[in-house]
Write a protein that binds this ligand. Structure first.
Ligand code: CTP
Length: 466
């Protein structure tokens, strides 16, 4: 296969060829760019493999292209710059050997073949020459092209070696399967299970990054199930692994919460690109195993799993090194995920609707998206009924909101004014009075406006000041 035509349409590649000629250096485009060119996936990052010193080549090329900012990573022998909004990454061909206790390889200068051999997957071993003698030629030493056509992730060497070299590749295999909708070779699955524990030497940030790339793909369940079936989930996210399993008691069958969760994540991925909302779907039932009880006459129950699940997030965020500014959002969605269905009955009070609206605040739409995705029944009539119930809840919410504009809810009389009127210093009491005003609004005793809140404050103040 020859790519000179598609390369020539991208002017910068022929500039690189000319400079490589001038410098008498061999350069190839490698990795994801080639894979995605064949798959016709758009991307704006190109990896160049330079036979020799990558950073020096990058620097000389940058000079010719008039690019000022070149990032050189001496320790890794790599360089990067941006050109016409495309990320150019350079690496010198290397031969790597690994030490058992570290994922940092011992790196030596190597040949084209030595470099390509040590790459992760056959679909990533493809290279396109940018050299005059075979410009545009596809070099396919491991049948990567066939593997792309057959939609399969395979390693160029024995997967035991490939994963032992860099255990993060276990996660990468599942991530590519999810992103590209590819199968994973059986030998990879075997090696992944055997070497799963080696993921512990990889930094948590990189593992979490791969997990989130799986969640960002169009069918996250592909990657999640691969993680589960190889027991990689047990190492990376044991609380999710724990959701698997089915219990049978009398006629009461309790469904596999892991498979249900996978379906919820896939469902929600059809309605949102927000990866945090997808993460909320992944963890929404996380406390079901510890709250599971069999109640005679009722069957399986999971009382309180929403509250316990929300409380588990502190530990989960620490474990996965997730950004703490997202924790409130995730806790809130878990805590409230059963509320809308509980409010779907015909006789529901305005005050219950107000509470939902006030508790969910700006995240109410996301909460309903999660609730919709949570319907995994195979019975279409039931699905239609539940969806209709959520419609009803949302129209009631709208009705009540229009009545009293509660979305960004807070007492109309602020803390400072309460202190002044009651002659109080900043204290717990001020919070209690403010809360009492808010409760009165939520209960519908007074309207959500300044005047009524002020009058109410005057009325209750003596109860708090004795
Ligand atoms: N690579 C590898 N082992 C890793 C990471 C990367 O062998 N643990 C190699 C692969 O050949 C890969 C290339 O380095 O194609 C570039 O890595 P990266 O940018 O992380 O992946 P891409 O394949 O480019 O895919 P994407 O950008 O979509 O993540």
């Amino acid at each position: 296969m020859n790519f000179s035509f598609s390369l020539n349409t991208q002017n910068h590649f022929s500039i690189i060829k000319n400079i490589a000629d001038e410098l008498n250096q061999q350069v190839y485009i490698v990795g994801g760019f080639v894979r995605d060119l064949i798959l016709e996936r758009e991307r704006n990052e190109v990896d160049f493999l330079v036979i020799g010193d990558g950073p020096t080549f990058a620097q000389k090329l940058a000079e010719k292209l008039n690019v000022k900012n070149v990032n050189i990573f001496k320790n890794y022998g790599t360089a990067h710059f941006k050109y016409k909004n495309i990320d150019f990454e350079f690496v010198g061909a290397r031969k790597e050997s690994y030490n058992k206790d570290s994922r940092n390889p011992h790196v030596e200068v190597g040949s084209f073949e030595e470099d390509i051999n040590r790459r992760d997957f056959t679909v990533n071993t493809l290279a396109i020459s940018l050299n005059t003698k075979n410009y545009g030629e596809l070099i396919d030493n491991f049948n990567g092209l066939d593997d792309i056509k057959n939609k399969i992730i395979k390693t160029p060497l024995n997967p035991q070696i490939t994963f032992d070299d860099d255990p993060l590749r276990i996660m990468r295999a599942f991530r590519f399967a999810s992103q590209l909708n590819f199968y994973v070779d059986e030998n990879i699955l075997i090696a992944a299970e055997q070497l799963a524990e080696r993921l512990k030497i990889v930094s948590q940030e990189r593992i979490t990054d791969e997990l989130f790339k799986i969640l960002s793909s169009s069918n996250p369940s592909i990657g999640l199930k691969l993680m589960q079936n190889t027991k990689v989930m047990h190492v990376v996210f044991p609380q999710i692994a724990n959701l698997a399993g089915v219990d049978q008691r009398k006629d009461f069958h309790h469904k596999d919460v892991f498979l249900h969760t996978c379906q919820v994540v896939d469902n929600i991925s059809k309605s949102t690109e927000n990866v945090w909302l997808r993460f909320a779907a992944l963890v929404h039932d996380i406390a079901k195993p510890q709250t599971k009880r069999f109640v005679e006459g009722t069957g399986w129950t999971f009382h309180g799993h929403e509250e316990i699940g929300a409380r588990m997030m502190k530990g989960v965020f620490k474990q996965l090194k997730l950004p703490l500014q997202k924790i409130n959002y995730i806790e809130k969605l878990i805590r409230l995920h059963l509320r809308p269905i509980a409010l779907a009955s015909e006789v529901v009070t305005d005050s219950a609707i107000r509470r939902l609206s006030a508790n969910a605040g700006d995240d109410l739409d996301d909460l309903i998206t999660l609730c919709r995705a949570d319907i995994t029944s195979k019975n279409q009539d039931k699905v239609a009924k539940y969806l209709q119930n959520y419609e009803n809840v949302m129209s009631k919410v709208k009705e009540v909101q229009e009545k009293d504009n509660l979305r960004a809810f807070q007492s109309p009389v602020k803390g400072e004014e309460i202190m002044e009127i009651c002659n109080l210093k900043p204290s717990k009491k001020v919070g209690e009075i403010k809360k009492a005003i808010e409760e009165a609004i939520l209960d519908g005793k007074i309207q959500n406006n300044y005047n009524e809140a002020y009058q109410y404050l005057l009325q209750i103040k003596s109860d708090y000041l004795n």
